[in-house]
Ligand binder design. Structure first.
Ligand code: HEM
Length: 511
């Protein structure tokens, strides 16, 4: 699950500036943030200066500092520019919401890990409530921390982090390779023809992996409900990855009402398909614990769980919806791979060397250790995408890097910089998987945090890595990946979301 910051187009920005000016007189008293008139240092009871308020640009009335984020290709680049001007921890006033931008691996780890319990809430955007039936606590990624959320995570983790070589791990492995054959390569049994790989095919492939693994359900490729299911999830995935000025200026929310209605109707369709095609009568049957769906049903049925079936269904949708993240990510991986024939040749060399000594005809997940370059291709793709960490929110007074943080402050973590800084990486704009290999082994620097960390860390990262590895290795052992004639794939950095163009690729059988 991925959320970007706000991508405010110039048009939107000027529109909101106009609205803001008009509303200025009416709203001034209410919206001028208290933070502006606050003294710069708090004092202890003994009168000693305690902690400092982080520096930052002077906010304008109503819109605060929203304008400093405008005009960047990747919005998080604004954070690096602010860091150069004000230092690593910066105060911003984003409309009505006080925010802090955190730069630097030590400060980011302070938020995510050392003080994880101080910063484990999520933004209280109206949009998030509307997306989840009026209550963002229904969501795994946007809820605040609670006992219920802790248990939801604990229940999910054994499924999203299957232990290497366990039965679930082997089952997952087989599902991926079977689905590659069934959903992507099915029409080309003789492996002689070019196979176009549209976004829809990748999403269906990923969705069937998810629904089979988590819910023991497979959709037929030509089932019309399957098309609606993947397409609605993808549209919602796109939407939650956009930023809205209205998140910070709630009085602009009516401008989005049409859009939000659309989102609601997509979610309703998803829910109906989920109930009709996946759940059917499984809730009323005696559930075992074979898949995540059964564990969830058993959990909800325990009175003390504090989770009702409606919340359980949201948790299931969130996880099944993870296929959109993987599908979009794979599109980007293909986009990077096809730009450099040497990368494909190296993956093919690794695959051939594994298969040479194997009785299997496919690359298995257990072969990952033997294919560090292929794993590094996945890591390098994750680095270059530099997808933002979902914003956190402080739930108490605390400090970051020695600066005072008030409760309910929105915390942006500049992990874009950790992935793209020329100080941390040699030639960071280039695709160089070998940077993740040391002494022939996969190596991950400890400042590289693409999946966050601590209590709110990503629950899907192992799934992402396993599916991507197996897909790339098993496709390239038989095919080359190429752009469809006339299409150049530029992979957009700073987001996980892909345009349709990223998927204008095809598989060309190897001679
Ligand atoms: C390349 C793909 C993905 C990337 C880059 C990614 C990255 C992230 C990041 C940065 C966070 C926030 C961590 C934090 O706040 O500290 C997150 C949260 C989350 N991710 Fe992922 N993710 C990906 C795919 C997935 C998938 C496939 C799933 C589901 C199977 C998933 C499930 C979640 C959940 C449930 C959370 C919220 C956890 C919480 O707030 O307690 N993610 N992800």
């Amino acid at each position: 699950m991925q959320i970007t910051l706000l991508t405010i187009s110039s048009f939107t920005f000027y529109a909101l500036l106009a609205c803001a000016t008009l509303s200025l007189v009416i709203l001034l008293n209410e919206l001028i943030p208290k933070a502006l008139v606050k003294v710069k240092c708090r004092k202890s009871v003994t009168g000693k200066k305690l902690v400092r308020r982080a520096p930052g640009p002077r906010p304008l009335p109503i819109i605060g500092n929203l304008s400093v984020l405008d005009g960047y290709e990747v919005p998080y680049q604004a954070f690096s520019d602010l860091r150069d001007k004000y230092g690593p921890v910066i105060s911003l006033q984003l409309g009505a919401i006080p925010a802090i931008v955190v730069n630097g691996v030590d400060n980011i780890k302070e938020v995510l890990i050392t003080k994880t319990s101080h910063f484990d809430s999520r933004p209280n955007f109206q949009r998030y409530h509307q997306l989840f039936s009026g209550n963002k606590e229904n969501s795994l990624a946007f809820c605040d921390w609670s006992e219920v959320h802790k248990q939801r995570r604990e229940m999910l983790a054994p499924h999203t982090f299957p232990k290497n070589f366990s039965d679930r791990f082997k089952q997952f492995d087989s599902i991926i390779t079977e689905e590659l054959g069934l959903t992507i390569l099915n029409k080309t049994k003789d492996l002689e023809k070019e196979i176009p790989l549209p976004k829809q095919a990748i999403l269906k492939y990923c969705c069937n992996i998810f629904t089979r693994y988590f819910c023991s359900k497979r959709f037929e490729n030509d089932d019309p409900a399957f098309d609606i299911f993947i397409s609605n999830f993808d549209k919602i995935f796109y939407e939650v990855n956009q930023g809205y000025a209205a998140d910070f200026l709630p009085f602009l929310m009516p401008l989005h009402s049409k859009n939000l209605k659309q989102l609601e109707s997509w979610s309703h369709e998803i829910r109906s398909i989920l109930l009709e095609k996946i759940i059917k009568n499984r809730y009323t049957e005696n559930a075992g614990d074979d898949d995540y769906l059964e564990c969830l049903i058993n959990y909800v049925k325990k009175l003390e769980s504090g989770m009702d079936w409606n919340m359980g269904l949201f948790a299931l949708e969130d996880i099944v919806g993870g296929h959109s993240a993987v599908g979009n990510f794979l599109g980007k991986v293909f986009g990077y791979i096809l730009q450099d024939q040497k990368v494909q040749v190296e993956i093919q060399r690794e695959a051939a060397s594994v298969l040479h000594t194997s009785v299997q005809s496919n690359i298995r997940l257990q072969d990952r250790k033997l294919m560090p370059y292929t794993e590094a291709v996945i890591m390098e793709s994750i680095r270059l995408i530099a997808s933002p960490i979902v914003p956190h929110v402080s739930n108490q007074h605390s400090t970051i890097g020695g600066f005072d943080i008030e409760p309910n402050t929105l915390i942006f973590l500049n992990n874009y910089d950790l992935s793209m800084s020329p100080v941390l990486w040699d030639d960071p704009e280039s695709f160089k998987p070998e940077r993740f290999i040391r002494n022939g082994q996969l190596f991950k620097p400890d400042f590289f945090l693409p999946f966050g960390g601590g209590r709110r860390s990503c629950l899907g990262y192992k799934i992402v890595q396993l599916i991507s590895f197996s897909t790339v290795a098993n496709i390239l052992k038989d095919f080359n990946i190429a752009a469809l004639p006339g299409h150049v794939s530029k992979v957009q950095p700073g987001t996980l979301v892909t345009s349709e163009d990223c998927f204008k690729v095809c598989l060309i059988p190897r001679a």
